[in-house]
Design a protein around this ligand. Structure first.
Ligand SMILES: Nc1ncnc2c1ncn2[C@@H]1O[C@H](COP(=O)(O)OP(=O)(O)OP(=O)(O)O)[C@@H](O)[C@H]1O
Ligand SMILES: [Mg+2]
Length: 359
């Protein structure tokens, strides 16, 4: 059983004027895989390091399994951690690298051996136990670092960008492996990344951070389908959501001044006001009817195309299946946008407007 509770946690580093983490509130359930995601400097590592006990907590309480942990020594928190730079000992073989932590804690040799071999088996490292780190690939080295964490049999796993040193293909494979490992080991996990694809593919729930503030907490589906604000809407999704300045006039919705997109269902209360209008690249269909869209560039991804173009002068990206795409730069097409696929945001606060989208 390992639950983690953040209660109004704040962090200000000595010498800084501003908080690196502001009023962080979250309850993580036993066995959950939580991903902290956000741009560089948003406070992901700081928050993780406060859980580990490697940074002091300035304000608020950190509670693990109903016990306040603020002043508990890192080694007594029941936590295992994997970092981006998984510094292995170059002079020790894989077996001893995995077992190093257990050895310095004077764990009985038989138990140590059992745990090392079990972790190696789980990670596919059994054939490499006699090798030195210099003889391993990046992925294998990362697995040794994971092994070191697994043998502690901690209830909580903290990982800070553990895959960022690997190339794209290996990262994809290790993503799958980590999820499989999590399903087998079942430890409550916090995983930090700035890569929203990692977040979307691995998380039970995602915590999106910006400038030390939580923007949204939710399942991958949730944050994709119901982004709380403009930041989340543009951060989650590749390519990102198209966002256009718009306005509501006489019950109609316009974008970029004069392109009428649709009636304005649910936006009656916003008559005469500016709104930000968003739609996902896959929501727009090129069916031959709708609003004018001029193709600028067609980008082949394999099974799909990203069609870059303009709508009322604003840049947008539309996604089309490769089988159906015959478009070229300069083509004038019609973009079919359904009212139910539109998102609306307050242009001043960035907050999502809760309107009935006619779904
Ligand atoms: N030791 C420190 N002393 C002072 N300020 C720090 C320290 N560590 C981090 N900060 C500041 O705290 C903020 C959050 O940093 P943090 O390392 O948590 O960001 P991050 O989200 O992990 O970013 P990245 O994706 O680049 O790793 C940043 O503004 C950073 O400059
Ligand atoms: Mg970091």
């Amino acid at each position: 059983m390992s639950t983690i509770e953040f209660q109004h946690i704040k962090k200000k580093y000595e010498g800084n004027d501003t908080y690196s983490v502001s009023d962080f509130n979250l309850t993580i359930n036993d066995g959950e895989f939580i991903v902290f995601v956000g741009p560089s400097g948003c406070g992901k590592s700081t928050t993780l390091r406060m859980v580990a006990g490697l940074e002091d907590i300035s304000k608020g309480q950190l509670i693990i399994d109903d016990v306040v942990m603020n002043d508990v020594h890192p080694k007594d928190r029941g936590i295992a951690m994997v970092f981006q730079n998984y510094a292995l000992f170059p002079f020790l073989n894989v077996y001893d690298n995995i077992g190093f932590g257990l050895k310095i804690r004077h764990m009985d040799k038989g138990e140590r051996d059992r745990r090392i071999k079990e972790a190696a088996e789980l990670l596919g490292l059994s054939p490499y136990l006699d090798k030195k780190p210099g003889e391993l690939s990046g992925g294998q080295s990362q697995r040794v670092a994971l092994g070191r964490a697994i043998v502690n049999q901690a209830g909580i796993f903290l990982m800070d960008e553990p895959l960022s040193n690997l190339d794209a293909k290996l990262r994809g494979a290790m993503r799958e492996e980590l999820v499989r490992l999590h399903n087998q080991v079942g430890a409550t996990t916090i995983y930090v990344t700035h890569d929203q694809i990692e977040a979307m593919t691995m998380a039970d729930r995602i915590v999106i951070l910006r400038d030390g503030h939580i923007q949204q907490i939710g399942t991958p589906e949730d944050v994709y389908q119901n982004p709380a604000n403009l930041f989340v809407a543009s951060f989650i999704g590749t390519p990102p959501m198209n966002l256009l300045p718009g306005s509501v006039r006489d019950g109609k919705l316009y974008v970029t001044d004069d392109v009428m997109v649709s009636d304005a269902p649910g936006l009656e209360g916003y008559n005469g006001q500016a709104v930000m209008v968003g739609f996902r690249p896959e929501a727009a269909k090129l069916t031959g009817e709708g609003i004018e869209f001029v193709v600028e560039m067609v980008e082949l991804l394999g099974a799909e195309y990203n069609i870059h173009g303009t709508l009322g002068g604003a840049h947008v990206i539309v996604r089309a299946d490769a089988g159906t795409c015959r478009y070229r730069a300069g083509d004038h097409l019609k973009l079919d946008l359904k009212a139910k696929d539109l998102f609306f945001f307050d242009p001043d606060t960035g907050l999502r407007l809760e309107v009935n989208r006619g779904v």
